[in-house]
Structure formats: structure tokens, C-alpha cells
Design a protein around this ligand. Structure first.
Ligand code: CO
Length: 510
């Protein structure tokens, strides 16, 4: 179904045969991104190094990710344990301003003051001193490093195991932990994967969840108004309990359902309690066992008030979904990035030296869930190693035609993410922009053209893709702006910042 990818710009020198033969990147380039962010900038004006910043781009790209990976020579065990650092790129009439700030979490402030590591990390970071120094210290350091989104007049830095931090959307100054006007209890989990409903039931909404995991796990599904007088207010709130330990990082929405995939994982906290492992390293997959889809009815949907549907899922492990929708026959279709197994970095492995070949790659797969028979069919959409996929946000929860995602340069096997792919979910056609051999990409954010959003009949792929690229030649980060339809490079802006690989980000229109 797929056609040969058409590559643009930087990859022109690479012929197809060499791209297939073996990895074309240098590990030193890849690992040079693992460093501390050393400066905080305020509204620094930037100009394009190549090309032109589109004048119609009006708004702010917010990005979150680990900005501190080492302290006093003591490294995090996994970059996901690094302290949250927010980058804001503000576009206005062809101009661009850059700001960045660490989130002043309680843990970051305490470690800055002490100038040493005082907390363990969920992904295996230990305090200096070995298991004896770490055993029975079960405190969680809320590192606010996973996603950053606007909600009402607040900017929220999210970390799924605890409450959000509120930031000033302009200055990025940390205001502190927010319980969202009493919506959350202190330390209540609040997902880092909110989904924006573009208006399935009238006005747009931010739909999100929190998980309390245990032998029985509880999922709290929340919907917030995002526009008008009510912006930021909770308008729907329901909790559901399910048997088993829930590891839920992401979910998907349709007009009628919130779709969760409960991976088949077991949690044995002994190593965490004894100071040998991080909490996430105590997760293990249950080989041969299947996960479950949990279809939870949305409050304004056709199934409101009904019980959730529990449906056996295909084997595999999922962190992220691309999108979900209900098709004309009533099937719920969920596109997700599947791994053969839970990819974990063992206690004795240095993440900077990981062997990519030893880890499973993510692949985009489509599950069609028949609600009448509870049957699920599985289709491989894209074998190429991928992560961080999104549709045009105006088509979230609907039958979107295109997805944009970060992919490896090679078409097979597991490699670092070096290219951005536009994937046609209808025809299978691919268009790829590549930063190979010396560039490494972060999550792409698709920004619809302001003329296109909401206007019926406008092409779904009209707009731009914004992506931060680690430039191994410069040992610094570049902002790359692509045309979302053609994947042609519109502009490259060399940032006066060196940002380690980040996690998630969002676009906030002006
Ligand atoms: Co995520």
C-alpha cells in the first residue's frame, strides 16, 4: 500500500540504497544532545538562518522536556527523570521570539540550593550512595517535564503522577502547583496527555484523565471548557474503577468515547522499595497476555451513563495513540504506536550507550473495535520505526486523513528519530523530510493554517509542521518549519540554545 517516500532537502545526498543498508548517523552526534540546559532566555528575537518564517503563523509553540540531566557528576538513569524545562517560541507576523525557563518545582529548588541530587527518579535515577541510601525513600519528585498546555488563562506544565504546575504564559515564571480551582486533591495524578476536542458537542473542550493505580485502578475522566467565560472550568467529571494495575500514559477520544489501552503489565514494587530500581523499572510485560481496551463513555456522548466496555486488545505495548474515530458502521478505530514489548532500560545500563538493535521499534498499527461482537482486527499501517504522531487538531477524534510523526531514517529496524513523515491514512502515501545524517528530531507539532481551521472544504494538510531538531554538527537546537502538505522546508532557525531531546509540546494560537 505504501509508495516510496519522497525525500526533501537535506537528505538529497543520501541515495536510497545507503539509507537501507545501515544506520547513517554517528552515535556521538546522537548522544551529544544529553546535557544540561545552561541558560534561561527572555523574549530573545530570532531570524531565520534559511528560508522565511511564514507571516500567517501567529501564536506560541510551547515545548516541555528534561533540561537537567546531571548534577555534580551524578547523571539521571533515564532522561525522562530530568527536571522540566519549558521552551516558548512566539510567532507574530513573520517575527519570532524565544524564551525558556526551568519549572521551579519544589524538588528542583531544593536540589539547586543543595547542589546535589536529593531525590530518586521514577525511571531509575538513584540518589548517590547506592541501595542503602535509596531504600525506603518512596517520595516522588514532581518534575513537571512531560507536556505543557494552555488551559484558560493558565499555562500548565504536566507530569502524569502528580498535580500540574501553573506558569505565566508570557514570562514562563512558575506560579506553583495548581489544583485547578479545587478540581484536584493535593498530589492527585493528572495525565500529561490531554486531548483537545475540537467541538464534537459544540464548543471545544480539553478532555483529560488521572489514574490511581493499584490492584484495582481508578480512572477519572475530566472535560474542561477552553473558550469564552467558562474557559478553564470543569464541565464533566466521572470516575471508573477497573481490575488490575493500570499503566496509562495516553488515551484517545472520539465524540462518544474516551479510549484507553490497558497494557498487559505487572507491577512488582519490591525493587523500588529496596532502593534497587525506579518505580517504572518495576513494570514488566506479561508475555503472551493481552491488554484490554477500556472504552469509557463521554459525558456528552450517545452512551453517557452506560458502563465502560472492556475489550481484549492485541498483544504489544503502547505509550501513544495517533487518533481514534467512529466509522460509519459504528466501529471504533484506534491508531496507536505499538512496541513488541515494554521498552525499559535495566538498572545496569547507561542510557547514553543503549543498543538500539536490542530494543523494539514503535510501529503505527490500526485496531478496529467492533462494539457488537467485541472483536478487534489489527492492521500494520507503517512498519517504519516511529513515535510522537498527531493529526490536524481540528480532526482530533474524527476520521482524519493525515498523520505527522517522527520516524527513523531507515525504513526497517530501531534507530533514533531523524525524520518527519506525513502519512496518508487513506492511500498509504508517505512524504518524508529528513534531518539525517547529523540531525535528530523531536515531536512534530502540526499547526493548521488560520484560514483553514474550521472552514469546510479546506485541505486538512494546509498549515505547517514545527519541529525542534538536535543539530549534531552545531551541538545546538534548530527550529525547523515545514509545509504540512508538501513537507518542504519553509525555514530553519538556529536557536541560541542546546536542548536535550524533549517530550511533548503544544501550539497556542494568538
Ligand atoms: Co507521552
Amino acid at each position: 500500500m505504501t509508495v516510496a517516500p519522497s525525500r526533501a532537502s537535506r537528505s538529497e545526498g543520501l541515495d536510497a540504497a545507503s539509507a537501507l543498508a545501515g544506520p547513517a548517523y554517528d552515535r556521538a552526534d546522537w548522544s551529544s544532545a544529553f546535557r544540561n540546559v545552561g541558560v534561561e532566555l527572555s523574549a530573545v528575537p530570532l531570524v531565520a538562518t534559511r528560508g522565511t518564517i511564514p507571516s500567517e503563523l501567529a501564536g506560541t509553540l510551547y515545548r516541555n522536556g528534561p533540561g537537567r540531566l546531571e548534577r555534580g557528576g551524578h547523571w539521571v538513569h533515564h532522561p525522562f527523570d530530568g527536571d522540566g524545562m519549558i521552551t516558548a517560541l512566539r510567532f507574530d507576523a513573520g517575527t519570532l521570539q524565544l524564551s525558556n525557563r526551568f519549572v521551579r518545582t519544589q524538588g528542583w529548588l531544593a536540589e539547586e540550593e543543595a547542589d546535589k541530587v536529593l531525590y530518586r527518579g521514577v525511571f531509575g535515577t538513584q540518589k548517590p550512595g547506592g541501595p542503602i541510601a535509596n531504600a525506603f525513600d518512596l517520595r516522588l519528585k514532581n518534575i513537571a517535564n512531560t507536556q505543557v498546555v494552555r488551559l484558560g488563562d493558565q499555562l500548565l506544565a504536566l507530569w502524569e503522577a502528580s498535580s500540574p504546575h501553573a506558569l505565566d504564559p508570557e514570562t514562563l515564571e512558575t506560579k506553583g502547583i495548581t489544583l485547578l480551582d479545587g478540581v484536584l486533591k493535593p498530589d492527585e495524578a493528572f495525565s500529561a496527555h490531554p486531548r483537545l476536542d475540537p467541538g464534537h458537542h459544540g464548543e471545544p473542550r480539553l478532555v483529560t484523565f488521572g489514574v490511581k493505580a493499584g490492584p484495582t485502578s481508578t480512572v477519572r475522566l475530566m472535560e474542561f471548557a477552553t473558550t469564552g467565560e467558562q474557559a478553564g472550568q470543569l464541565i464533566a467529571d466521572d470516575s471508573y474503577s477497573f481490575k488490575g494495575f493500570a499503566f496509562l500514559h495516553d488515551f484517545a477520544i472520539t465524540p462518544n468515547w474516551a479510549v484507553f489501552l490497558q497494557n498487559a503489565v505487572a507491577f512488582n514494587p519490591l525493587g523500588f522499595v529496596l532502593g534497587q530500581k525506579g518505580a517504572a523499572q518495576c513494570l514488566s510485560s506479561k508475555p503472551g497476555q493481552q491488554g484490554q481496551f477500556w472504552l469509557v463513555p463521554r459525558a456528552s456522548g450517545a452512551f453517557a451513563g452506560q458502563k465502560p466496555r472492556l475489550i481484549k486488545a492485541p498483544e504489544g505495548f503502547v505509550f501513544h495513540h495517533l487518533n481514534a474515530f467512529e466509522d460509519a458502521s459504528g466501529e471504533v478505530v484506534v491508531d496507536s504506536i505499538f512496541y513488541a514489548d515494554f521498552p525499559s532500560i535495566g538498572p545496569d545500563v547507561d542510557f547514553r550507550t543503549i543498543d538500539f538493535d536490542s530494543l523494539p521499534e514503535g510501529q503505527l498499527k490500526r485496531c478496529r473495535i467492533d462494539l457488537k461482537t467485541a472483536g478487534v482486527s489489527l492492521e500494520l499501517l507503517e512498519p517504519r520505526c516511529c513515535e510522537f504522531a498527531m493529526v490536524n487538531p481540528a480532526h482530533q477524534g474524527l476520521a482524519a486523513r493525515y498523520g505527522w510523526m517522527a520516524v527513523a531514517e531507515r525504513e526497517h529496524g530501531n534507530d533514533p528519530l531523524q525524520a518527519i513523515e506525513k502519512f496518508d491514512l487513506l492511500s498509504g502515501e508517505r512524504r518524508v523530510w529528513s534531518a539525517s545524517p547529523r540531525g535528530f528530531v523531536n515531536e512534530p507539532v502540526m499547526v493548521p493554517s488560520p484560514q483553514a481551521s474550521g472552514a469546510a472544504g479546506q485541505p486538512e494538510d494546509r498549515g505547517w509542521v514545527l519541529v525542534l531538531v538536535w543539530n549534531g554538527a552545531r551541538c545546538a537546537s534548530d527550529l525547523v518549519i515545514l509545509d504540512a502538505a508538501t513537507m518542504a522546508e519553509q525555514a530553519v532557525v538556529e536557536l541560541p540554545l542546546a536542548l536535550p531531546y524533549g517530550l511533548h509540546g503544544s501550539w497556542s494560537p494568538a
